[in-house]
Ligand binder design. Sequence first.
Ligand code: ZN
Ligand code: ZN
Length: 286
Amino acid sequence: MDLPADAHVHSEWSWDTGGPVPENAGRMAAMCLQAQRIGLPAIAFTEHLDFDGRVRFDPQDLLPQQQKYLDDDGHLILPPFDVDGYLDSIDRCRHRFPDLRILTGVEFGQPHLFEEEARRLLDLGALDRVNGSLHTLRDGDDRAEPGTLFRTWAPDDVITAYLLEVPRMVDGSETIAVVTHLDYAARSWPADTAGPFDPRRYEELFRAAMRAVAASGRALEMNTRRLWPWLPQWWAEEGGRAITFGSDAHDALAPETIARNFPEAMAMAEHFGFRPGRRPEDFWTR
Ligand SMILES: [Zn+2]
Ligand SMILES: [Zn+2]
């Protein structure tokens, strides 16, 4: 079976890869080359679109190329997304790789809070894909990522707050088509002190989040950074109709991460009744 589009990829136009600095130049093209090499028919560059402004971060959670965004009191100051630079880069890659379907997109962080800001910056409707992501939660006057919150909150509280926020994100946004990595908070789960992450402990919260996504008619992403068989299973059981596949490759982590684990993810999706569409970027549906 042909590979589906990798519908969640970051290039040098995402701030967390270090941004469009000279060291990152040509990364998008390198990722296109890798996609072509592995026979991937389509790739969506869904760059980070964040408007949180200041996000509290523990410096040890940051990669070297992200440290430069940190201010003196431990907040990350996020630079704006360079829409024109990004679109120029897409254009150049489309000319250079005519056989690869190169799709435009963003990974819109906290879309329920920042739709107005997004509208002022760009026309989301003109993009091929708008992924909606929950990366930060409110913590007092700050916003912070789960990885930072796990240092001060009880692990249960982080996962619970994250999953309770997903329905609010879904209901409060008009522009997103896909909800990404529902397991985002689990990525930074403190296994050293809390033991391995057990999704069944939060099954009802995951299912409630999925019901909200399904009721809104959106697709759920199978984020293939880590595969969970329960994700497509619970999604199907809760009325989910559509799935996308996203590696969440960041160029800083090497282009080899493009479409990682896709064959296994496709087998899982198929097992739970999801079938490909006509084009590689179409959602798989059931
Ligand atoms: Zn994300
Ligand atoms: Zn991402």
